[in-house]
Structures are given as structure tokens and as C-alpha cells.
Design a protein around this ligand. Structure first.
Ligand SMILES: [Zn+2]
Length: 270
């Protein structure tokens, strides 16, 4: 079989897909599932005190190759594959640069099965971890936080112009809000602060700048409606929309973080 003949076969396979670069949040998941160490040789993939995020010690490897050579195809095409297509999260794994190069060009059937089984274990462990996580909220907040950190200035400007209808003020609802915010702050404030701290200064993200923007957003909305419950829920709604999160609680926790961190709604959090 020639490479051209192989290309014609591959193009017809539903498993074949154009190469896709993993997003930053995917990269975090790839590193987390292998516990920040190369699953083949044990080398550390992320130094604890790494200053530059772009100084990468790892690469994301395809387990079943995206464009197999004729030799690879003949060896591997009848074996089990992970994921719905070759660009799926399940068909990729973080490896150190050395192991990736060996794996890329010298894949044997045994090597392939070995890496496939490692990935299967990672997927099972992640699923178990997520299931035992307290309400699964930490993972959700992680997603919210990492998405929040990639929002641009114009995304945030949009938030300022979110139309907020004037509503009556309900004092008893403010007590409910106070208790809600207090609970979220007590439970999640340190976690969210730590997550933001890890992202701070990377890719142009600065927590202080985001906090200022959130603060001016609260103040602006507060001048439109004094109903703090409404303002709170509008910002939660916006974050849910922007992060495409289905977790209302995660977004409420993140907004509560800003309520506390930006010292807005002062009388509530006191
Ligand atoms: Zn390695």
C-alpha cells in the first residue's frame, strides 16, 4: 500500500479528523490525569515553581496516530481505539517530549496497547475522582475560573450593558442573599482565590484587573437597581452564559468570590 492509497482509506474513516489543538483547560486536564508526570518514564511534566507557562516540558500525544504511516496503519488499524474520533480527549495523553518522539515514530503493537491501557486507567480514575468530589463543584468552579480568566475586555464591557430591569427591593430576600453569599465564601473562597492565583500573570490575565472590572460592574448595576439579589443573579446569569456552564452553584460561588474580593455589597458581607 502506498501513502496515497492509505490517505484515501483514512479520509473515509469516521475516526479520522483534522488535527485540533487542545485548549488551555484541556491541557490542565491532560496534566491532571497523569498526575503531572510522564506516564511512560515518570519524568515531571510541570515544575512546581515554573515561572513561564510557555516553557513546556510535555506534549500532547495521539494514542492512535492522527495520520498513521503505512506501517503504523497495518499494525494498529484492527486494534481497539479510544474516543469517537482521533482528536477526541480520550485518544490523547500528555507525555514528556522524549517519550512522545519515540512513541510517534516507533510504535509497536505492545507500545500501543500499553499506552491505551494507561489512558483507560486515567479515564477511570478521573471519573471516580469527579464522582467523589464534594457535589462536583470544585471541578465546575475550575472550569468557570479558567474560562473567566480568558475573557477579553470587550466581553467584560458587554457585562456593563446587560439590561437590568428595575425591581422592588425585598429586605427579606437580602437576608437570603447574605446567607447564600456567606456560605459560598466560607466554603469556596480559598479554593477560588488559589485557582486565580495560579493563573495570575499568565497570558495577560491579572486578577486585580478582573476584580476592578467586576467591581465597577457591580457599582454600575447597583446604580440601575438597588435590588442586590437581582444584581447578583444577573451577574451569575451572565457568567453562566459566558462560560457555557450548566452549574448555577459554581457560577454563584464565583460571583460570591467577587462580592467578597472586591468589597462590593459591603453591608451584605459584613
Ligand atoms: Zn517520558
Amino acid at each position: 500500500m502506498t501513502k496515497e492509497e492509505l490517505n484515501l482509506i483514512i479520509e473515509k474513516e469516521p475516526y479520522h479528523k483534522e488535527r485540533e489543538n487542545p485548549s488551555d483547560s484541556d491541557l490542565r486536564l491532560y496534566l491532571r490525569e497523569v498526575n503531572y508526570h510522564c506516564p511512560l518514564c515518570g519524568k515531571e511534566l510541570q515544575l512546581r515553581k515554573q515561572k513561564k507557562a510557555n516553557q513546556k516540558l510535555f506534549q500532547i500525544a495521539h494514542i492512535y496516530p492522527n495520520s498513521p504511516t503505512v506501517e503504523q496503519y497495518n499494525m494498529l488499524h484492527n486494534l481497539e481505539r479510544l474516543g469517537i474520533d482521533c482528536e477526541n480527549f480520550e485518544n490523547k495523553i500528555a507525555l514528556c517530549i522524549n517519550c512522545h518522539q519515540t512513541q510517534d515514530y516507533h510504535t509497536t503493537v505492545d507500545d500501543y496497547i500499553h499506552l491505551l491501557n494507561i489512558k483507560k486507567r486515567c479515564l477511570t480514575q478521573t471519573a471516580l475522582h469527579d464522582a467523589t468530589n464534594t457535589l462536583g463543584l470544585e471541578t465546575e468552579i475550575d472550569k468557570v475560573v479558567s474560562k473567566l480568566s480568558t475573557l477579553s475586555d470587550s466581553d467584560l464591557t458587554e457585562l456593563n450593558y446587560e439590561p437590568v430591569p428595575i425591581a422592588n427591593k425585598f429586605t427579606n430576600q437580602e437576608i437570603l442573599l447574605k446567607s447564600k453569599v456567606t456560605n459560598y465564601v466560607l466554603t469556596f473562597y480559598p479554593y477560588i482565590r488559589e485557582s486565580f492565583r495560579k493563573l495570575d500573570g499568565k497570558n495577560g490575565f491579572h486578577l486585580q484587573v478582573l476584580s476592578e472590572q467586576m467591581r465597577s460592574c457591580f457599582i454600575k448595576m447597583d446604580s440601575i437597581s438597588q435590588d442586590k439579589t437581582l444584581v447578583f443573579s444577573k451577574i451569575v446569569e451572565w457568567i453562566m452564559h459566558k462560560t457555557q456552564s450548566n452549574s448555577l452553584e459554581s457560577c454563584e460561588a464565583v460571583v460570591s468570590f467577587f462580592v467578597q474580593n472586591c468589597e462590593v455589597f459591603h453591608e451584605i458581607t459584613e
